[in-house]
Ligand binder design. Structure first.
Ligand code: CMC
Length: 430
């Protein structure tokens, strides 16, 4: 039944009735789409703290309850019972696959993992010391120059192929960026091992010897991918949506998402967090860093703490912490100084009045860095791994948006604070 409720806005004594809409979960929204036409005013919400930007049926977060649902399924159940490619199918198509559907999907993704051989030359154009995220932004953007047959966004079949290519090739691209940075030969993907194991192999194998992927590490890698797969309208996803709203091709739009993810307030936090733990160095220096985080005049923040939406706990962090324990146990890592600092920092921050009052809890990036470090990844690879996992989220949200007949180019307004009209002044008169 159509929602007939309205919200009334009074401006200078004149009332405007604004339609309200109810979601299946989460707060109601006031639709202000016609406000400017009716009242000649804009709304103002930098950072989108109270503004919904689209209709979406993919992912739902309840920040107060610490709940994350993909197509209705809780993330902890997916992390425990499912695996990354099944979650990819769920995000892309809306339902869990039957066994035949899953088999076909896995076969399709596996058989798209190789990249065009000429793209190898593209990697070689970068400096060896380039950050792998810089390389990924370039190479993923360049996919539009290699896969012309999947750039027409108006063709549903081309959109489908582009989605599969992006999910399949992203681990290959991330692993190649890493291999290039350490001067080792690229390792081609294999069709006889799964997505996560393939990624570990492409990162850590060398042609000189056999490489066997440890199943516990492959499972941990798969879980990291699953936990990062989608997170509704976060900064990088909103970037992908905004870029695609102009009709730009999917590879260019996902490259824009990767660029946004790189920042330390978003996906770059996992690298920044581990670097912070190393900088703290020993547990006796923790109070100094806690004081800095609380000091209003110091821009320093405890990386891996806090979240725009989660104000209770980050459900991904809960699973990630358990996974970190399993991996460290397997690898026999107990007295690593970074780990000791992490454990003590977590304990102190969770008891500290400042962090309790501001609802700052360890987020997913706090624990993922610890696992990836233990697996042997350098910190510069942490954010590329996040990008590999988030690709399915970007792609699913992109597909949802493009298929929406109500699609409009995204074009925010502004509250202008600059000079009003003035006449040009000749240079000799300035
Ligand atoms: N350390 C110290 N103080 C903090 C922190 C922190 N990590 N995070 C927030 N605060 C304080 C902040 O100073 C502010 O205080 P006040 O109200 O006195 O001005 C208050 O808490 C609210 O902060 P905010 O910046 O208004 O909150 P936000 O929702 O805009 O920011 C955040 C969310 C994730 C950007 C922020 O918490 C942060 O910078 N955390 C560190 C970076 C990080 O770990 N990011 C990864 C997020 S999870 C993965 C992902 O989504 O990419």
């Amino acid at each position: 039944m159509a929602d007939t409720r309205t919200a009334t806005l009074i401006i200078d004594g004149k009332s405007y009735d604004l339609p309200m809409r109810s979601p299946t979960a989460g707060p109601d929204v006031v639709d202000i789409g016609k406000l400017y036409a009716q009242a000649g005013v804009f709304t103002h919400d930098p950072g989108f703290t109270s503004t919904s930007s689209c209709d979406s049926s993919i992912t739902f977060i309840d920040g107060d309850k610490g709940e994350l649902l993909h197509r209705g399924y809780p993330i902890d159940q997916l992390a425990e019972k499912s695996h990354f490619l099944e979650v990819c199918y769920l995000l892309l198509y809306g339902e869990l696959p039957s066994s035949t559907e899953l088999e076909t999907f896995e076969h399709t993704i596996t058989h798209h993992t190789m990249i065009h051989e000429q793209m190898h030359n593209f990697f070689r154009g970068f400096r060896r010391d380039a950050h792998p995220m810089a390389t990924m932004v370039g190479v993923v953007g360049a996919m539009s120059a290699f896969y012309h047959d999947s750039t027409d966004v108006n063709d549903p079949r081309q959109r489908e192929i582009a989605s599969h290519r992006l999910i399949a090739k992203m681990p290959t691209i991330a692993a190649m960026a890493y291999k290039y940075s350490i001067g080792q030969p690229f390792v081609y993907p294999r069709n006889d091992i799964d997505y996560a194991a393939n990624f570990l192999r492409m990162c850590f194998a060398v042609p000189a010897e056999e490489y066997k992927v440890d199943p516990v590490l492959a499972r941990a890698m798969d879980r990291i991918f699953t936990l990062h797969a989608d997170h509704e309208q976060n900064a990088s996803t909103s970037t992908v949506r905004l870029a695609s709203s102009s009709g730009a091709n999917p590879f260019a739009c996902i490259a824009a998402g990767i660029a946004c993810l790189w920042g330390p307030a978003h996906g770059g936090a996992n690298q920044a967090c581990l670097e912070m733990l190393r900088e703290i160095g020993s547990t006796n220096r923790i109070p100094e860093f806690i004081e800095r985080a609380k000091d209003k005049n110091d821009p320093f923040r405890l990386m891996g703490f806090g979240h725009r939406v989660y104000k209770n706990f980050d459900p991904r962090a809960k699973v990630m912490k358990q996974s970190a324990d399993e991996v460290l146990d397997l690898l026999g890592i107990e007295n690593n100084p970074t780990l000791q600092v992490a454990k003590e920092l977590e304990r102190i921050a969770l008891e500290d009045e400042y962090f309790i009052e501001k609802k700052l809890y360890p987020n997913v990036d706090f624990y993922s860095g610890i696992i990836l470090d233990a697996m042997g990844f350098p910190t510069s690879m942490f954010t590329p791994i996040f990008a590999v996992a988030r690709t399915v989220g970007w792609v699913s949200q992109w597909k949802e948006m493009i298929a929406d007949p109500a699609l409009k180019i995204g074009r925010p307004r502004q509250l202008y604070t600059g000079a009003t009209t003035r006449d040009y002044v000749e240079i000799e008169n300035r």
